[in-house]
Design a protein around this ligand. Structure first.
Ligand SMILES: CC(C)=CCC/C(C)=C/CC/C(C)=C/COP(=O)(O)OP(=O)(O)O
Ligand SMILES: [Mg+2]
Ligand SMILES: [Mg+2]
Ligand SMILES: [Mg+2]
Length: 584
């Protein structure tokens, strides 16, 4: 087997690269006489599990009058909640709890100015001494509400819960389940240097795990929920539904909030089911299942991913665009990782760099339909957005798409040459193959006026918060997918590069990479504090992209094998009816 290269990764047995078997010359003995048809190369097929949804979401039929009825039903409770937020007779503590609930329910985007004005005023009035008399739960809620909205309330307010002699959290804290739960949520908002929150996270997690089986009712559900995933690292839309289900006592005192939340959930569910129908129908019409059947067929999962970036109704078109482009990325990634030969990968990258229909002749037959659809979709977007002078965002998305194709090629060349990159080299390319540059720029296309040229220029500076989100994407994916990819003889991951660079065990490498992810989260949290470099509307999708990695990869490779978390989330949002309005 002379054509098999040595892919030894740091002392592992040489990996038999499927791609190294793809040369026709490796499969046939030399026969100089008859002209042989070129045999089909051996391909690195992954046999990915099929979609678990088939055509389920295509049959949805939107009743516009129903949608309109929900839109109208918003008006009254929306105004009542606005009055509550601005009500001067509600005391500071109750007001902050109210704003906290409004945010957890996914409603704060309806009142950005009012909430900011309230918090601004309350934040200015804060006297840290005041917190000496306040309980852990209340302090933690206030800490979160300020931090959620970019106000840097000092984490020193938690100092009083530590025993000065032992340096650990007091026994009193251990007995306060609701307080610990809320402190655990707070700790996820930590910044660099906030050691008290680093400690609080470890402490409360251990304590809550210890007592969870002894709890009952809503509190048991809340603790189970937070241990699975705290609000700050969850998908906002799902977190809103879960909060509604398990925090009745926190919201039931405000009838209008309950009513608004219910109408809002129902409205959004209809709108989102329609968006999912549109992208599912498009996917079917484009016949990807026939032309590239080797890829992961994951339309609802990718739509969910994008919905995780932004759920506001006015980003409907933006979600459809970003979903389609992300689906293109899945085709590209799986083609490079699980189908194409190195020569084909070079040809596909070349054609994507050229970006002209005539380059289609360079391509293998199977990828030609994809190439045609890719160019046509971008062409349509360019036409659509040229009209209002927004074609710049389409160009930026296209350039990022070309860049990721080059990044994927780089990985393929490394594999082809049996080379494991140094860790810095890997990370430089890895931030590109994280896909988060393409996705976040593509997310801007349909966002409208807010995503202007200035916003794009900020993106082009590759700001710290974007880098952090890319790092989280790249490394958390690597930590959860490297074994599968290694077994298949795919390109070395960050885990392999780290092991090689620092000569450490796999266990240490994973621990260190998880630490890097933790630090990147602190960068993200810092980047969301006032004064922000750009508007919150532009930062939120970047924060949410990091959250979606946690959603998909916290426990396993939830994208390749979407039968757990993603199935539950898709069922909750698009299958299970939204909370009934009957009692309203
Ligand atoms: C890298 C990453 C988590 C990207 C998230 C953004 C996203 C939805 C990209 C589309 C391609 C994709 C699903 C890659 C993850 O799988 P994979 O493990 O096969 O990706 P890999 O080949 O880059 O490792
Ligand atoms: Mg892949
Ligand atoms: Mg890949
Ligand atoms: Mg991977």
């Amino acid at each position: 087997m002379a054509l098999v290269r040595n892919n030894s990764i740091n002392g592992r047995e040489p990996v038999l690269s499927p791609r190294s078997l793809t040369s026709p010359r490796g499969l046939t003995s030399p026969r100089p006489l008859a002209v042989q048809p070129t045999p089909e190369p051996v391909r690195p097929l992954a046999n990915f599990p099929p979609s678990i949804w088939a055509n389920r979401f295509i049959s949805f039929s939107l009743d516009n009058s129903e949608l309109e009825a929900y839109a109208n039903a918003h008006e009254e409770p929306k105004e009542s909640v606005r009055s509550l937020i601005t009500d001067t007779t509600i005391d500071a503590s109750a007001k902050l709890k109210l704003i906290y609930s409004v945010h957890r329910l996914g409603l704060s985007y309806l009142y950005p100015e009012e909430i900011d004005a309230e918090l601004d005023q309350l934040f200015k009035k804060i006297d840290l001494h005041h917190y000496e008399q306040v309980d852990l739960y209340t302090i933690s809620v206030q800490f979160q509400v300020f931090r959620h909205h970019g106000y840097k309330l000092s984490s020193d307010i938690f100092k009083k819960f530590k025993d000065t002699t032992t340096g650990t959290f007091t026994d009193e804290v251990t007995k306060d389940v609701k307080g610990m739960l809320s402190l655990y949520e707070s700790a996820h908002l930590r910044l660099h240097g906030e050691e008290i929150l680093d400690e609080a996270l470890v402490f409360t997690e251990a304590q809550l795990k210890k007592i969870v089986s002894t709890l009952e009712g809503d509190l048991a559900n809340q603790v189970n929920q937070v241990l699975k995933r705290p609000f700050h690292t969850g998908m906002p839309m799902v977190e809103a539904r879960l909060y509604f289900n398990t925090h009745e006592e926190d919201v039931s005192c405000y009838e209008s909030i309950v009513k608004l939340a219910k109408v809002h959930f129902n409205y959004l569910q209809l709108q989102q089911k329609e968006e999912l129908r549109i992208v599912s129908q498009w996917w079917k019409d484009m016949e990807f299942q026939t032309s590239v059947p080797y890829i992961r067929d994951r339309v609802p999962e990718i739509y969910l991913w994008i919905l995780g970036l932004y759920f506001e109704p006015y980003y409907s078109r933006a979600r459809i665009i970003a979903t389609k482009i992300t689906l293109f990325l899945v085709v590209l990634d799986d083609t490079y990782d699980a189908y194409a030969t190195i020569d084909e990968i070079r040809a596909i990258t070349d054609a994507i760099n050229r970006w002209e229909m005539s380059a289609i002749d360079l391509l293998p037959e199977y990828i030609k339909p994809f190439y045609r659809i890719l160019l046509n979709e971008y062409d349509d977007l360019e036409k659509e957005y040229s009209k209002d002078g927004r074609a710049f965002s389409v160009h930026a998305s296209k350039q990022a798409f070309q860049e990721i194709a080059r990044g994927y090629l780089e990985e393929a060349e490394w594999l082809h040459n049996g080379y494991v990159a140094t860790f810095p080299e890997y990370m430089k390319n890895g931030l590109i193959t994280s896909a988060y540059n393409v996705i976040s720029k593509s997310a801007l296309v349909g966002m409208g006026a807010i995503a202007d040229e200035e916003a794009l220029a900020w993106y082009e500076t590759h700001p710290k918060i974007l880098k952090a989100s890319e790092l989280i994407s790249r490394l958390q994916d690597d930590v959860m997918t490297f074994q599968f990819e290694r077994k298949r003889g795919q390109s070395a991951t960050g885990v392999d590069a780290y092991i090689k660079e620092y000569n450490v065990s796999e266990e240490v490498a994973i621990k260190d990479l998880m630490k890097m992810i933790e630090n990147a989260w602190k960068d993200i949290n810092e980047g969301c504090l006032k004064p922000t470099e750009v508007s919150v509307a532009l930062l939120t999708p970047i924060l949410n992209l990091a959250r979606m990695i946690d959603v998909v990869y916290k426990f396993d490779d939830g994208f390749t094998f979407p039968g757990k978390t993603l199935k539950d989330y898709i069922t909750l949002l698009f299958v299970t009816p939204a909370p009934s309005l009957e009692s309203c």
